[in-house]
Design a protein around this ligand. Structure first.
Ligand code: SF4
Ligand code: SF4
Length: 112
């Protein structure tokens, strides 16, 4: 089991989650973060910290796409352990559904 970052993070990227992870297993893309499933120790402390409710345990149904995406991009994007400013328009994207199709970016973020 692991926790995964899902669609709700796209263009929100508040980064509250990275501050609490005891094993620093978040990785930064251009407009979202992912968790490295092989590093996550399933402690669950990040889940309630996310203002967008984007972090879920992979035991919930229908998250196979997100598990795969977290796994793939954790290997390509830089590690992030420190919170920076969220995007200026983050609040306007919070709660918007189905962002992946039009807004997912495979580009890496800047990392720490
Ligand atoms: S706190 Fe939530 S929205 Fe912010 S970067 Fe982490 S997973 Fe994404
Ligand atoms: S569940 Fe724990 S180990 Fe996994 S990403 Fe969240 S804070 Fe890090």
């Amino acid at each position: 089991m692991t926790y995964v970052v899902t669609d709700a993070c796209i263009r929100c990227k508040y980064m509250d989650c990275v501050e609490v992870c005891p094993v620093d297993c978040f990785y930064e893309g251009d407009n979202m973060l992912v968790i490295n499933p092989s590093e996550c120790i399933d402690c669950g402390v990040c889940e309630p910290e996310c203002p967008a409710e984007a972090i879920l345990p992979d035991t919930e149904s229908g998250l196979e796409q997100w598990l795969e995406l977290n796994n793939t991009f954790a290997a390509q994007w830089p590690n992030i352990t420190r919170k920076r400013e969220a995007p200026a328009d983050a609040d306007s994207w919070k709660g918007v559904e189905g962002k992946y199709d039009n807004h997912f970016s495979p580009d890496p973020g800047q990392g720490d």
